[in-house]
Design a protein around this ligand. Structure first.
Ligand SMILES: *Cc1c(COP(=O)(O)O)cnc(C)c1O
Length: 392
């Protein structure tokens, strides 16, 4: 079926249980879908924009209150909406990092964290992960010490994921922030895989910036996200313009430089806003999500030759598994090769995994009902048995 021209209808969420690792937390709520349609036109939220002409001051729709709610949601003082977590990182690196200065991130950091460092001319220094693929406070302290010695002064920024994108492992943010405090280094908390799906308290974690992704974890359209900070850093990262036209003498009021004035002016911010009441409520239901994640990871682990590469028991719904010793053996003798698994799952109404992958792959159970999680768990077991792999 076509929407129009060559554009096909997208029905992945309607026709399959979607285990795509990056898509589950960004599925729109019905309210967000309505908002996207109603506010799809270009600068739609600017209908009632008035002095001082800035997105976070608009009262109709209630974006001013929304900005305050977002800050409170992650227990920080000031928040802005940004076009993706990556633009949140970039606003911070551009504010704090001078060319040639080191930025501490981790061996599991996302490429967008690296690019944010690069775009500011910074030099990356990674905190190593331990043998269980976890970033500890101890390793952070050691890296901060080494970097301070190497560069002759402490780094201007440390960026750390609460849950990384490779394993979905939980990292010691509180301890890492404590170590950074000793070196007077501000900490950016990357909540791309947490803000919007589980409770996040920036003050309790002791971090200076909280970044979230609207399209990854807040049931919003792309590109959207949030950047929240403390009163201490708000004046810096959200500094207002001071530039003046040399001929016209024009100045630009209270536009914020790192936000390029305004950020999300239509469907994106309205999707974020419309989903927010649901998102605020759903973070309190993280426990059942973990139960579902464990149900599926237990099922995989019960298949001979399969290992869960992420930490076990799972503390997140994103999981990395290695089926080299199970499904990959089948793939090598199967006429469909690696696609046998994709195909066997599809026959059971399950999709979203990397097509053809049978060695190391990731999946995300976020948002499944218990019945769907049980179905996924038994599907993996069934496919194993059908292909003569022992299931414990
Ligand atoms: C997805 C992801 C990002 C990028 O988020 P965007 O909102 O798409 O910019 C950054 N960091 C981590 C850990 C991620 O998983």
């Amino acid at each position: 079926m076509r929407l129009c021209g060559e554009i096909e209808v997208r029905d992945r969420e309607e026709t399959l249980i979607n285990l795509d690792p990056i898509q589950s937390g960004g599925r729109l709520t019905a309210d967000a879908m309505k908002a996207v349609i109603a506010y799809g036109d270009g600068y739609s939220v600017c209908d009632a924009c008035g002095k001082p002409f800035r997105l976070d001051h608009i009262k109709k729709p209630p974006l001013d209150a929304f900005h305050r709610d977002l800050a409170a949601f992650v227990n920080m003082d000031v928040a802005r909406v940004v076009p993706g977590a990556r633009r949140g990182f970039q606003a911070v690196t551009h504010t704090l990092v001078e060319p040639g200065q080191p930025v501490v991130l981790t061996a599991l950091s996302h490429y967008t964290a690296f690019l944010a460092v690069e775009s500011a001319g910074g030099v990356p220094r990674e905190i190593p992960a331990d043998g269980d693929h976890r970033i500890t406070g101890e390793a952070a302290a050691a890296t901060l010490e080494a970097v301070t010695r190497e560069f002759g002064s402490a780094p201007p920024l440390l960026m750390v994921d609460h849950f990384d994108y490779q394993f979905g492992n939980e990292h010691q943010v509180r301890e890492i922030a404590k170590a950074a405090r000793q070196y007077d280094v501000p900490v950016l908390y990357n909540g791309a895989y947490s803000v919007g799906i589980l409770p996040v308290d920036g003050k309790a974690l002791g971090v200076d910036f909280v970044v979230g992704s609207g399209h990854k974890s807040m049931a919003a359209p792309a590109p959207s996200g949030i950047l929240a900070t403390t009163g201490e850093y708000a004046g810096e990262v959200f500094r207002t313009t001071g530039i003046r036209g040399d001929r016209t003498g024009r100045t630009f009021g209270v536009k914020e430089v790192e936000m390029m004035g305004c950020t999300l002016m239509g469907a994106t911010v309205m999707g974020l806003l419309a989903s927010f009441p649901h998102v605020r409520e759903r973070v309190t239901r993280w426990e059942p999500e973990l139960e579902n994640a464990r149900l599926v990871s237990d099922a995989l682990a019960s298949i001979e030759g399969t290992t869960i590469l992420s930490e076990v028991p799972r503390n997140h719904t994103l999981t990395r598994t290695d089926t080299t010793g199970s499904f990959d053996g089948v793939a090598r003798r199967h006429k469909k090769k690696g696609y046998f698994l994709t195909s066997a799952l599809k026959d059971r109404g399950i999709g979203g995994l990397f097509p053809g992958a049978t060695r190391v792959w990731k999946y995300n159970t976020y948002g499944l009902t218990r019945r769907q999680a049980e179905h996924v768990a038994s599907a993996f077991r069934e496919i194993a048995r059908e292909n003569s792999i022992a299931v414990r």
